[in-house]
Design a protein around this ligand. Structure first.
Ligand SMILES: [Zn+2]
Ligand SMILES: [Zn+2]
Length: 196
């Protein structure tokens, strides 16, 4: 009996434009998307109307790293979670107690609520909606299209490569997904996740 061979054709990076995540308010599925750059991103939830842009998650950190002009002691201090870019920083030398107002070095960052052991979107750090444990491995997809592409790959026995530039989606997949003994459970997990 001849087994029908399914062909898998790689589509490339179509799935990197948006990420399906868990809404921080209603815990249903929401979408993180961006235009041109990650600095121009938005999270939108169709269930509860939650919406935030990059601007809402931007915070500043003030860093002071100087030698005290009075006693020479190194003063290193940091203050984070600042909504405005800090122009001044009041430091007190721990050695001689002199107080100084100086212009700190600043860092801009996006405040995320990342938790250990799960996968998050790469922009805001919300938990990905599509993730599940497969035999002790964390299986995840950025969105439906990404899951469908992994599923098509796993189901295929004959693989055709059409991606010429850089590492392909398939090459970057973890080994447990490529392992043929996991094929069935991965396909089932994806079916389950897609119905979530
Ligand atoms: Zn919501
Ligand atoms: Zn001092």
């Amino acid at each position: 009996m001849k087994k029908e061979q399914k062909r898998y054709k790689e589509k490339g990076y179509s799935h990197f434009g948006k990420f399906t995540v868990e809404c921080p308010t209603c815990k249903k599925n929401a979408t993180v998307s961006h235009e041109y750059s990650y600095n121009n991103s938005v999270i939108t939830c169709a269930h509860c109307s939650y919406q935030r842009t990059t601007e809402d998650f931007i915070f500043y950190k003030a860093i002071v790293n100087i030698n005290c002009p009075n006693c020479g002691k190194t003063i290193h201090q940091e203050r984070g979670k600042l909504k405005e870019k800090p122009k001044k920083y009041l430091v007190t030398c721990p050695e001689c107690s002199i107080s100084l107002t100086i212009k700190p070095r600043t860092e801009k960052y996006i405040l995320t609520g990342k938790v250990q052991g799960i996968k998050h979107d790469p922009i805001f750090g919300f938990p990905l909606w599509y993730q599940s444990d497969i035999r002790g491995n964390l299986f995840w997809g950025y969105n439906r299209e990404h899951l469908l592409e992994i599923q098509a790959y796993v189901e295929s026995e004959l693989r055709e490569r059409h991606w010429k530039y850089g590492m392909s989606m398939v090459e970057r997949l973890p080994q447990f997904i490529k392992d043929s003994k996991n094929r069935e459970i991965i396909v089932k997990t994806i079916d389950y996740l897609l119905k979530k």
